[in-house]
Design a binder for this molecule. Structure first.
Ligand code: BTN
Length: 327
């Protein structure tokens, strides 16, 4: 009901709509409508109430609910069901709990995370209402060995979405997005599978949108940044989230329907920060230096080592760094 009321108020923005009309439309009492309006006000909606005129929406809060992203969303199934939380330990953890009974494309979003998780056991800082902390539940009918490809689709989708809103960002294979040499987004893909069948994939995406310098601890601030810091202005999180979901569906559907990864790979190549650069390839304790040559059609990073040997690296196994630092 709350959702219906928000929608109606949005459709009638700038005009009053009477309590009587709302109650008639939705078949509930005027007192019930008044209660819903009060809840909405508590959630941050600014609603003007004038006797004999009714209600008028003045402004909506900066929150990532379905109602707030819907107007920018043009997907069929990605992000059409949103589990929204103020606070969670980790959206990936919550998504894993519900994944068995949810359809592909359902997302879990939290305004803050108390135990946000990064790759390789690292933690992920997720301050309140400053980023996009979300997980997409996916059920691709592909062999589990190909799951790394989903991460590349995610990275390509985030990068396209950032460029859609005018940000000059790059992809650091396989799962980081970089602006001015610093990380603004990370992707953590987790999976539950049988021997040759995927039960579900959770693709966790963390985008540092409106974080300030003081939101980063000293260690993270060396490599991490936010869109606000890099672009100098606050970025609309709702629009960006919807655009990421739009771009993700556009690239993911050909992959699951026709095993076609070409568009995503081309984006990862074209917008790569690594290709052509000298890189350090870190596998456990071993470290090798080479040149990142390409990303092949399977999504592997092609590296030529100093001794001339060429290797195609699968993500998950390695960490890639620049010679002097992060990139
Ligand atoms: C990395 O670069 O190490 C991956 C970071 C992934 C962070 C996101 S935030 C939303 C989702 N929930 C988590 O606990 N982690 C991912």
């Amino acid at each position: 009901m709350k959702e219906k009321i928000i929608k109606l108020l949005k459709e009638n923005k700038d005009n009053f709509i009477s309590g009587e009309k709302v109650s008639e439309l939705f078949g509930v009492s005027r007192t019930a409508i008044w209660k819903y309006i009060n809840t909405l006000k508590e959630e941050g909606y600014e609603i003007e109430s004038v006797s004999r005129k009714g209600y008028r929406l003045i402004s909506s809060p900066d929150i990532l609910t379905y109602e707030e992203i819907e107007s920018w969303l043009n997907t069929d199934y990605i992000g059409r069901k949103v589990y929204y939380y103020n606070i969670l330990s980790s959206t990936n953890m919550e998504a894993k709990k519900i994944a068995p009974s949810e359809k592909e494309g359902t997302i879990v979003v939290a305004e803050s995370q108390t135990a946000g998780r990064g790759r390789l056991g690292r933690s992920w800082q997720s301050p309140k209402e400053k980023g996009i902390w979300m997980s997409i539940i996916l059920k691709p009918k592909v062999n589990p060995i190909h799951v790394a490809r989903v991460t590349l689709i995610g990275a390509a989708a985030v990068n396209l979405a950032l460029r859609d809103i005018g940000v000059d960002s790059y992809i650091k294979w396989p799962n980081d997005i970089v602006i001015n040499g610093k990380k603004v987004c990370g992707i953590l893909t987790e999976m539950s599978s049988e021997l040759n069948m995927i039960n579900y994939v959770i693709m966790g995406i963390g985008i540092n949108v409106n974080l300030e310098d003081e939101d980063f601890c000293e260690e993270v601030s060396k490599v991490g940044t936010s869109l606000k810091i890099e672009t100098g202005g606050k970025v609309n999180r709702k629009k960006l989230l919807a655009k990421v979901l739009n771009r993700f569906e556009e690239l993911y559907t050909p992959f699951v329907e026709n095993n076609d990864l070409s568009k995503a790979i081309n984006i990862c190549r074209k917008d790569s920060i690594l290709i052509g650069k000298e890189v350090r390839i870190i596998t456990g304790k071993e470290e090798k230096i080479g040149i990142a040559m390409d990303i092949n059609e399977d999504g592997k990073l092609v590296v030529k080592y100093e001794n001339g040997e060429i290797e195609n690296l699968l993500s998950g196994e390695v960490s890639v760094r620049g010679l002097r630092g992060y990139v």
